[in-house]
Every structure is written in structure tokens, then in C-alpha cells.
Design a protein around this ligand. Sequence first.
Ligand code: NI
Length: 199
Amino acid sequence: MIKKDQRNFLIVATSVLVVVALGVWFAIAGGSERNGRIGGLPLGGAFSLTNQLGETVTDEAMRGRYMLIYFGYSFCPDVCPAALQVMSQALDHLGKRARRVAPVFITIDPERDTPDHLKLYLENFHPRMLGLTGTPEQIKKVAKAYRVYYRRVDSPETTNYLMDHTSVYYLIGPKGTFVTHFNHGTTARQIADRLADIL
Ligand code: NI
């Protein structure tokens, strides 16, 4: 038998715990990136693009492996080369475990990033880096699926143009669903540590 005031205390304590637990659960569920969603909205999806060897690559062909995807363009003066360097180093840090991860670079500048051009450009980075290009429509579709923003920026001083674009790394799981993302500025070591937890 427990006294009445003890029982009241237990009821109050239990209620507080339930409220706290619910709060934590909502916080986690609300910010969850599981099940191919971020912020409650689906992210990623099917694509059919052309690699640097001129071969068609679909998202389905990548099943069974993780994909670490970055959207950018080879003429990018600084942001993209730095990001591709980070991706390459992150995979180096992972050692043998990196074999489960396909590093993927999807161009948002398909006019200039032809397969041949991507092939030359990507020789500067990880040897397994997959470069993907396509028609402007194909690129538009995949960028939209990943909610990647990009825009051509012309300059009056030069005939070359720049591209404004989102700089985010996306991790896609072996079943083709979105797992997590890394913001610009995440270090290679941070990405490698997180991948080591996930793989
Ligand atoms: Ni860039």
C-alpha cells in the first residue's frame, strides 16, 4: 500500500514524464530525415542521366550502394572544387568502408558540362567520382527532386557565365531513399565520421 500523497506524486511525476517524452518524440519526428523526407517533404527520386563515359545511369542502377550526391558545375571557380575535394577526402578517411558509397557529381550546367568535359574535370577528384549530365530538362527534373536551386548569371565583362547554385551534399541509402544531408562548410572528417556511423 502507498499513501495517498505518494500516489498523487507518482501520478504527477508520470504525467510530466509522458509530456516530456511526447515533446522529445515530436521534436525528433518533426526534424526527421528518415523515410526519404526532410522537414516532412519527400526528397530525391528517380533519375536517368548520362555519365562521363556517355553511358545512361539511372537511380535504380545505383541500388545496393549509398550515393553521396553533390550538385554543381565544372566551371565553378571555387565552391564546387572545394566541395568535391571534401567529398573525395571524406571517402579517403573512410578507407575500405568507402566502397559502399558512390560519390556522385550532378551538373546543373549541362550546356557546358558534356560527358567528355566532365571526364576531364573529374580526374582531379576521387577516382570513383561519377559525373552525371543530361538534357536541360533531365537536369531540371533531378534538381527539382532534390530541391536544388540553380540559376545562370551572365556578366557584361565576360562571355563566360557563372551559375548560382545550392551547395549541399545528399546521402541516399541503398534502397534509393534519402538518408541525410550535409551543409556547405561541413568538413571531410565530419562527413566521414557520420558516414562511419551510418554504414
Ligand atoms: Ni559551384
